[in-house]
Design a protein around this ligand. Structure first.
Ligand SMILES: NC(=O)c1ccc[n+]([C@@H]2O[C@H](COP(=O)([O-])OP(=O)(O)OC[C@H]3O[C@@H](n4cnc5c(N)ncnc54)[C@H](OP(=O)(O)O)[C@@H]3O)[C@@H](O)[C@H]2O)c1
Length: 377
């Protein structure tokens, strides 16, 4: 089930705190950065904060710029993004500004929390998600029922920690403010948890007034059948590589990336790469990895088209090459059509030998794009 693109947004002090312990909200950003945040909010379909932030900061979470609100309306969008909050207890102040400003609101909670929220008469839609709150279900609900494609998450630390450790955050927008808090009782951005091994990808740094914005993407593949945000990034890259293939009337254009469990890219390849007119993408990528590399058994292969199951031009199809390399997880966008081989089932070959195959159909059109001359449509 598709999820919205999830963007985590936060500002921290030089010593890594989200706030101090005083009664008011600590202003970490300056005017230029508040304006940048306003712009990001205006780009989002929904803005989410945890109940702890609603209680501590009493935020309104509006798009403040009239021009940005007008642009949203002109584009056929609501004037304000949907406001979303999350609470297990449902115990929130009915007078909080969150409920009484901006556009639509929704509270995701537990069954018990929903009883409490309704008893309090909170001015919001209340969506119970069962005895405990499940983030995947919440994101699926936002996508399917509320039409949210881009979700901005503005804290606090408990929310950011869960979304990042569960592999559900596509991007982290972190602002570093030039001040110290120095109080160990103050809330931190990220708490303890099972974070991805390895390094995130730095995609941008930018001074904004006296703060610095850093944007990061997670890199570590998932470990089972459930996709994580980094799986989406790597599969999108595989689809982009497919577009770089020399064109052919007799073979698909495919891109592939091999990624270690800690998010390190081991190799990439595409169809007909270099001087080999028949090489396949997965074959080209795997040929660049030392077959004794101990990271291969924990690696994931991303391929824009599912690995081939039968092949005339080489002794071994790509599904076999992947299994022989020891890789046990494959993420793909597009099941192979009957264009060249009837009933090809590379996913079945992989699964029969214990590999996990994850298909993300939301990338199918991207994978097909350089192959339109072969498949039509
Ligand atoms: N600097 C910044 O950019 C920034 C941004 C936002 C917030 N902040 C600061 O962060 C602090 C608040 O952060 P916080 O970590 O204490 O609170 P939080 O993350 O905003 O909210 C935590 C609350 O959300 C609910 N919740 C979270 N995960 C849940 C789950 N899996 N199931 C059910 N309910 C769940 C619970 O509400 P219930 O208790 O109702 O069950 C929990 O107490 C404040 O000091 C605020 O100023 C700073």
């Amino acid at each position: 089930m598709p999820h919205p693109y999830v963007l985590l947004s936060a500002a921290v002090s030089l010593d890594g705190y989200l706030d101090d312990t005083g009664p008011g909200r600590l202003l970490l950003s300056g005017p230029d950065d508040f304006d940048r945040v306003d712009e990001v909010r205006a780009s989002a379909d929904a803005v989410l904060v945890g109940a702890g932030t609603v209680r501590a900061d009493n935020p309104r979470l509006l798009v403040n710029s009239p021009e940005r609100r007008a642009a949203r309306l002109a584009a056929g969008r609501p004037e304000y993004p949907l406001k979303v909050t999350v609470s297990g207890t449902g115990d929130l102040d009915p007078a909080a500004q969150f409920w009484h400003t901006g556009g639509d609101k929704v509270l995701y909670t537990t069954d018990r929390g929903a009883e409490r929220a309704r008893a309090l008469g909170l001015a919001t839609d209340v969506v119970p998600l069962g005895p405990a709150l499940d983030w995947r279900r919440l994101l699926e609900h936002l996508h399917a029922v509320r039409g949210v494609r881009r979700l901005m998450v503005e804290g606090g630390g408990h929310i950011h920690t869960q979304l990042l450790t569960q592999g559900l955050a596509d991007e982290l927008q972190l602002v570093l403010a030039p001040l110290f808090v120095g109080d160990p009782r103050a809330p931190r951005l990220f708490g303890p948890g099972a974070y991805q091994a390895g390094r995130l990808r730095l995609v941008e740094t930018r001074p904004v007034g006296d703060v610095v914005l850093m944007r990061y993407e997670p890199t570590a593949p998932g470990t089972g059948p459930l996709p994580v945000a980094a799986d989406h990034h790597w599969l999108a890259l595989a689809c982009e590589l497919a577009a770089a293939c020399p064109p052919s009337r007799t073979a698909f254009s495919v891109g592939a990336v091999v990624v270690a469990a800690d998010g390190t890219e081991l190799a990439r390849g595409h169809s007909r790469e270099g001087t080999d007119p028949v090489v396949h993408a997965e074959e080209a990528a795997l040929a660049k990895v030392d077959p004794t590399d101990p990271r291969l058994p924990g690696a994931t292969v991303y391929s824009s088209l599912e690995p081939c199951a039968r092949r005339a031009s080489r002794p071994a199809p790509c599904a076999r090459l992947i299994l022989d390399a020891g890789v046990r997880r494959v993420v793909t966008a597009w099941r192979e059509p009957d264009t060249f081989v009837a009933g090809a089932d590379g996913s079945g070959v992989l699964a029969a030998e214990g590999a996990t195959v994850v298909v993300l159909p939301e990338y199918e059109e991207h994978a097909k794009a350089p192959n339109r001359h072969l498949t039509g449509g």
